[in-house]
Design a protein around this ligand. Structure first.
Ligand code: BDR
Ligand code: CA
Length: 317
């Protein structure tokens, strides 16, 4: 199995990602680290511990990370993920506490201890990852790839042009993009497309398996679930798509493109500028392209393939 660590802000769709990752036999989920984003970091830790318990994986280490972005104050996504960050579906409190190590230290320990280079899957603002890369740059040699949910080629969600995870901590995202590690950007363009039909959501909710049932409840209560073709019960898998892309990279079509984060104050802050010009422009010809800013950007996703992969894994159908 591929050794992976998920850095998340659980979060309805982060929970969908965790439920998939613990069940897929091709993944070895070595740790989960938490960061402020969809809700405050203590809420994220609680939600993450509970989801792993329901999924029957209470042994996976969970660590608390950054309580706020590098520079900005925290801004909640309550309007999307509910007061508890989990769609207020009445999840029980966890029975265990997080690791004594903080997120950066747990990430370092697990990355260096892994017999094979680790794939990091951030599905949240990139604060923990930026702190890790700056504090312990030696880990980069032990990272296979970072597949992150964030950014957008076309349209934003937090603002007209910025996607939430990058917008919440743009400086952290900029540190990630210039780290010199192979990066795949699973952005909004593909993120929003992978939607489970209502009939499958209903079947999940009736499952005898607690993890599958929770996935069904979350999909059903996923606020802002797109009303696809008059199917109001359909629910997007969101962050879980980034984990699908690690298991099944052929399910997305990517192009290696220069990506930069807008750090300027004002309406473009947090935008990912993806340069799709067929030839570099004048300035790049003069300055030379910075190799580390080239990112594998997901431009297309095979929706049916990822929906099938998700359902087969989580429901065992
Ligand atoms: C991202 O923001 C969060 O609300 C979701 O969990 C996802 O990671 C989408 O912009
Ligand atoms: Ca998330």
């Amino acid at each position: 199995p591929i050794p992976v660590i998920i850095d998340c802000d659980t979060g309805v769709d982060d929970a969908l990602a965790l439920l998939f990752a613990v069940r897929h036999p091709g993944l070895d989920l070595r740790a989960v680290t938490c960061v402020a984003g969809n809700t405050d970091v203590d809420g994220v830790v609680r939600n993450t511990l509970t989801v792993l318990e329901v999924a029957g994986a209470p042994e996976i280490p969970v660590a608390r990370g950054a309580a706020r972005p590098l520079i900005e104050p925290s801004r909640s996504a309550r309007h999307v993920h509910g007061d508890d960050g989990m769609g207020d579906i009445g999840l029980p409190a966890p029975t265990r506490v997080p690791s004594d190590l903080g997120a950066v230290d747990l990430l370092r320990r697990e990355i260096l201890a892994s017999p094979r280079p680790v794939t990091l899957i951030p599905t949240a603002p990139l604060t923990n990852i930026a702190l890790l890369l700056r504090t312990h740059p030696e880990v980069t040699d032990h990272i296979e790839r970072i597949v992150f949910m964030g950014g957008a080629v076309a349209c934003g969600n937090a603002t007209a042009v910025a996607e939430f995870n990058v917008w919440h901590d743009p400086e952290a995202a900029a540190i990630l993009l210039t780290a010199g590690v192979p990066i795949t950007m699973y952005g909004l363009d593909v993120f929003q497309r992978v939607v489970v039909p209502g009939a499958d959501v209903r079947a999940l909710r009736e499952s005898a398996e607690p993890g599958a049932r929770l996935a069904g409840d979350l999909l059903a209560h996923r606020p802002a679930a797109p009303d696809v073709d008059g199917d109001p019960e359909a629910g997007g898998i969101g962050d879980a798509g980034a984990v699908c892309a690690v298991v099944d990279p052929a399910g997305i079509a990517t192009r290696l493109l220069p990506v930069e984060v807008s750090l300027a104050p004002g309406p473009t802050r947090g935008q990912t500028l993806v340069d799709r010009r067929p030839r570099p422009g004048e300035s790049e010809i003069h300055d030379g392209l910075r190799e580390q800013s080239l990112v594998d950007v997901a431009l297309e996703v095979d929706v049916d393939r990822f929906v099938k992969l998700y359902l087969e894994t989580v429901a065992g159908v």
